[in-house]
Design a protein around this ligand. Structure first.
Ligand code: BG6
Length: 284
């Protein structure tokens, strides 16, 4: 079966052997394998029972990035919003000679009363995962199905599995302005990004559609964006890792988050409006 539903997750299997797994909790993609090699990082301490956002994979940030700030309507929502901590439904699946597809849905009737009070808008999210022999595409459609406009941020918060943080280079952001959330300062990227300490940066309005995460002589990943303009780069390093109960102290060596989305500014979506954005990952 190209798409099979297990109790808590959906498994996509491509005739080439490529596969992907998506938990209904958060519609969090937790695995993407090509040539039997895992490309996505999932913490050994990740909690998978729906009591906490999954630490790893591709959690979906919506409708706020980080903590909202008063007086904005997102101020009381949990960090990174409710999409990653709500139970989604598998709404569709299909396959043809090249692509295996699964679609997941979340709307305002499916979130908790508590979140609904915090964010009182009628919305529908459709998240589509398309697996081919050598790519995985994750695509989010946001629809405002109510009669009031709303603002949102969104992010495909992708944790990549890497051989060793000291070998990783992120290429394609040189010359871009960013906000450094560690130093609380603005700066301009000069050349490639290397991980030598805690990194938490927001690059707004990135021009090139593609960036590369290179693993020394062990290949890497190409990330192509469609319809989203910002990139967040995150590695928690020593102290932040020690402070996270669902993340091993040494796991920062084996992951980097490169997160494509719309976070520097809110997107305003008029009543009846819709918005779409996606990323396509391919192995280099
Ligand atoms: C990143 C943020 O997107 O997510 C970081 O830029 C944050 O500041 C990280 O620490 C992880 O967030 P969380 O809520 O999953 O611990």
């Amino acid at each position: 079966m190209p798409v099979s539903q297990q109790s808590d997750k959906t498994v996509l299997t491509h005739p080439s052997g490529a596969s992907a797994e998506i938990y209904l909790f958060g519609a969090t993609l937790t695995s993407w394998k090509i040539a039997n090699k895992e490309r996505i990082f999932l913490s050994g301490k990740a909690i998978l029972d729906g009591s906490k956002a999954i630490r790893g994979g591709i959690p979906l940030v919506f409708p706020v990035f980080g903590k909202g700030k008063a007086p904005h309507v997102t101020a009381s929502l949990p960090q990174h919003g409710f999409a990653r901590i709500s139970h989604w439904k598998l709404v569709n699946s299909s396959d043809d000679a090249h692509t295996v597809t699964a679609q997941f849905g979340l709307d305002h009737t499916m979130i908790s009363e508590e979140y609904r009070k915090m964010w009182p808008f009628d919305f529908s999210l459709i998240y589509t995962v398309k697996l081919t022999a050598d790519t995985v595409e994750t695509h989010l459609k946001v629809q405002n199905i109510g009669d009031k406009a709303f603002d949102f941020n969104t992010l495909l918060h992708t944790y990549f599995s890497i051989p060793d943080e000291s070998k990783v280079r992120v290429v394609g952001l040189s010359g871009m302005d960013y906000v450094d959330k560690v130093l609380m300062a603005s700066a301009k990227q000069d050349g490639e990004i290397a991980i030598r300490s805690e990194v938490d940066r927001v690059y707004a309005n990135v021009q090139s559609t593609d960036l590369q995460i290179l693993y020394g002589n062990e290949g890497g990943i190409n990330l192509r964006r469609n319809g989203v303009s910002d990139i967040v780069v995150w590695n928690p390093w020593v102290e932040k890792s020690a402070g996270m109960a669902d993340f091993g102290d040494e796991e920062y060596h084996r992951m980097i988050c490169i997160e494509a989305g719309q976070v520097a500014e809110f997107i305003a979506l008029a009543a009846g409006g819709s918005w779409e954005g996606s990323q396509i990952l391919s192995v280099l």
